[in-house]
Design a protein around this ligand. Sequence first.
Ligand code: B12
Ligand code: SF4
Length: 528
Amino acid sequence: MKILLYNPDNGVTRNFMPHLWMFLLQALTPPSHEVLLIDGNTKPMSDAALVRFVLANGIRLVGIGAMTRMIAKAYRVADALRAAGVLVVMGGPHVTAMPDEALGRDGGPRHADAVALGEADATWPSIMEDAARGELKEVYASVDALGQPSKPDLRQYPQIPWDSLDLDQFNRIPGFLRPLMDHFRTEWGTFHIVPIESGRGCPYGCEFCTVTGFFGGSIRFRSNQSIVEEMLRLKARARKTGGQIAVFFVDDNFAIDVKRAKALLRDIIAAGAQLSWVGQVSANLLRDEELVDLIAKSGGRWIFIGLESIDPANLASVNKNFCKPSEYAAVLERLARRNVYAIASFIFGLDHDVPGVAERTLKQIGEWPPVLPVFGQITPFPCTPLYTRLEQAGRLTRPRHWLDFAPFQMAHTPLRMTIPEVQREVAQAWQGSYSPAATRRALAALQHAPVPYQISHLVARLFFRGIYFRQKGAWGWLGLIARNWRAIFRLTRNARRNWPGPETGDRRNVPQPLEPAEGGTVPSVPGF
Ligand code: B12
Ligand code: SF4
């Protein structure tokens, strides 16, 4: 049977990397079936074009995966496919939380023939077999021999054949730059960020997070050996194709078991499997100097940290007071001393936030080594303790916000601010963080770092800005480059004089805190 796995586009950004679930399910498919993959973020298709593609290729089953924010689009595509007589199975965090919505059992329209609840590693083979026999059930959930809910054991993890997969649709080098890269025979004709999971589960149970509910509090890990082998194969692919490959460890909390994380990183180093990597680690686990050393030595470049708020009362209000804002500066400096930088994520609209939160947060960020800040507003995802609390308090203004998805729009009433105020603070924080002046200041703070780190910081800044501000196509990028010409010019001059700069390992020079913005704490925002 021919199957298509489809991930709808998120309607906001072009995702920077493929979705792991598609490649994982493809790897779990027996050879008797053929699985094609389309990620709408990189291959945008209208619903009608997708239906035509499916019918023309004789595809009988389409699997759609979606987070909450893409679910409205996912339902629309599913409706179009079902109307054309194609079977649709849906999976992922949203339909796991709301299976009745997807199956039309809540009084609304039906969108899927079947749903896969939770992790589908074990159920995927039976879904395909049942579909091939024309006996698709409505709900698939992992159970053990006694019929009790069970979670896959990651010690038996399939080999994802990254070395032979066609990853063309995920090349991060913009099309208009590729001929230039080829012309100068650089090793940057392709740049892929590949997702790898080393484990699943996080027991911390932050109130807004779906992970503890979805993957369970029990943490499961792959063997170090299978992860190291996967990285070695990726490294070989990068060498063979003359391109660049970086890894995103998609574990929600990569160092949740610090001893295991250290053992894995040591094994990566011992095997020479280092690739540049990004991972997610909560701030409390980054107190450990040896862990941070190993992160740097194994190729760790960026660590995504959910700092959420600089106000401890806010962290307590969402069950995240295991992280201490008073420790954030030390954590970020510990990373920066090794040339590892943080993607620092903040949430506005928490119960203790008041107007001015953006300005206060930007001031605090200005006292830290440069980070890539990202800002969002608190969002009640279905089946989270936060959703239940706000529902019980009558604070949900759009209880089914996902059916009418609007980026950066709130779905409930904050306690000490209005909804428009929170949205304005989010906008102000993005503007203050990614203005050309802010980028210049971040690079000035990094001037003693090796030049490749400065370049990677600048490039990452330009991309991260795109999470909030629209910057698509060659003209969008050229405009952005023109607005940031000063930072680019200084960096180019510095690169010509100092390439590659001090040793790229440990760095004794702690980056200086950012210079204060001209004329006040919140930088002006020309160019946005
Ligand atoms: C990597 C990641 C991202 C990446 C993007 C996605 C990518 N290209 O991989 C980045 C960093 C960009 C990102 C961003 C965001 N993310 Co995110 N992200 C993740 C993360 C950490 C890993 C996803 C992953 O690969 N998991 C491993 C795979 C194997 O698990 P899985 O995807 O769940 O798939 C399994 C099952 O769900 C099932 N399955 C999934 N799909 C399908 C489809 C079918 C047909 C079937 C049968 C089965 C099936 O089978 C798989 C194997 O068991 C998850 C948390 C997590 N651990 O999953 C959060 C998560 C998915 N993200 C989340 C959120 C909220 C966001 C943001 C909205 C955050 C924000 N406020 O900006 C943004 C939105 C991004 C955007 N613009 O679209 C939430 C989603 C909650 C929800 N209900 O939607 C999660 C669960 C984290 C959380 N804290 O709650 N994210
Ligand atoms: S630490 Fe991160 S993954 Fe774990 S529950 Fe909190 S937000 Fe979710």
